[in-house]
Design a protein around this ligand. Structure first.
Ligand SMILES: Nc1ncnc2c1ncn2[C@@H]1O[C@H](COP(=O)(O)OP(=O)(O)OP(=O)(O)O)[C@@H](O)[C@H]1O
Ligand SMILES: [Mg+2]
Length: 316
């Protein structure tokens, strides 16, 4: 597996009160991002330090510290309702950070949203939608998603540049054969690729994907995951992807952020998806097993599948 280097510095072993710091799963690390050698909150793609988010008068998560660097492929995992989508929205400045610090592309959240591609959770096109995939992608270029106009090139130049870039991203996601069909007639996996192309069209520095593998079959999950990794490598884009099952993305990932009621950890997957770390995060015994194909199976006391682990109680 290709790793871009851990963001987690080694330190003391994690104790039971983990909220607030990033720990390695191996239990040997407490994480504060290292900012030596030219790195720092203004040089990293995303940097949160002791951050908290509140919605509806309730703390969704708190004391979250993490660092995402250019070109990294990072998965965000955790049970339903723990705040994964909220984390993406906080990075976008759509949900306020109520404690700690946050820098996104060297600025406060929201300031550089024009350089961020975002796929919200659960979007699908009705079969009757007639707009073509290529037009969906073009909407991303024209700035409709974030309301920020593109640089002030003359219209004809802008139009030519747009057509060329739209062609490029269609090729990048392998959508040549269906990009000119009505999007409602494309399969779920094809629609996902078109939406990823839309998020990519303005050459973002950061791509936030909220469950892009949702409802795809196993083959499509693998091919979309490989596509996302190639986007990281070829375009140097940092990707933060929310997922419920780590297995389809495991071969492609650099880092994992795991959110659960007792804290948040970040590190390479083999350090994070362990019985010790997940037991610490959930505050209840969790086992991590590997099947003969290398797939990870996470089991709680009641042998719940990975995505059905109980939602932990939030700290008050
Ligand atoms: N606007 C809001 N006001 C109040 N509470 C909210 C709001 N939006 C979300 N929440 C709550 O915040 C918590 C975190 O929601 P979020 O959507 O971030 O979870 P998630 O980890 O993405 O879950 P899932 O895996 O189901 O998508 C949930 O309990 C949710 O009900
Ligand atoms: Mg969500």
């Amino acid at each position: 597996m290709n790793r871009r280097g851990s963001d987690v510095a080694t330190g003391t072993a994690p104790g039971p009160d983990l909220a607030g710091v990033i720990h390695t799963a191996a239990g040997d690390s407490v994480a504060q991002p290292s900012h030596g050698e030219g790195m720092g909150p203004d040089r990293e793609v995303v940097w949160l330090s002791g951050a908290a988010a509140r919605l509806g008068g309730q703390t969704i998560w708190s004391d979250v510290s993490l660092t995402v660097r250019p070109g990294q492929f990072v998965a965000i995992l955790g049970p339903n309702g723990v705040g994964k989508s909220t984390l993406l929205k906080a990075i976008l400045g759509l949900v306020p950070i109520t404690a700690g610090q946050a820098r996104v592309l060297g600025a406060k959240p929201k300031v550089r949203n024009a350089a961020i591609g975002y796929l919200p959770q659960r979007r699908a096109f009705d079969p009757g939608v007639r707009i073509r995939g290529v037009d969906i992608i073009r909407l991303g270029w024209d700035g409709d998603r974030w309301g920020v106009p593109l640089p002030t090139l003359p219209w004809a130049h802008r139009s030519r540049a747009a057509r060329q870039r739209v062609r490029e991203v269609i090729a990048l996601v392998g959508a040549q054969s269906y990009a000119h069909r009505p999007v409602g007639q494309c399969s779920g996996g094809e629609q996902q690729r078109l939406l990823i192309a839309q998020a990519l069209v303005r050459r973002p520095e950061l791509l936030l994907l909220d469950e892009p593998l949702d409802s795809l079959d196993v083959t499509s999950q693998a091919s979309v995951s490989a596509l996302i990794q190639s986007v990281c490598r070829c375009e140097g884009v940092a990707v933060m992807l929310v997922a419920h099952d780590i297995n389809p993305i495991l071969p492609y990932l650099d880092q994992v952020i795991f959110l659960a009621g007792h804290g948040a950890v970040m590190g390479p997957p083999e350090q994070i998806i362990t019985a010790e770390t997940l037991t610490m995060l959930y505050g209840t015994p969790i086992d991590v097993l590997r099947d003969h194909a290398g797939r990870l199976v996470v089991v709680g006391h009641q042998d719940l599948p990975f995505q059905q682990l109980p939602r932990p109680r939030h700290e008050p």
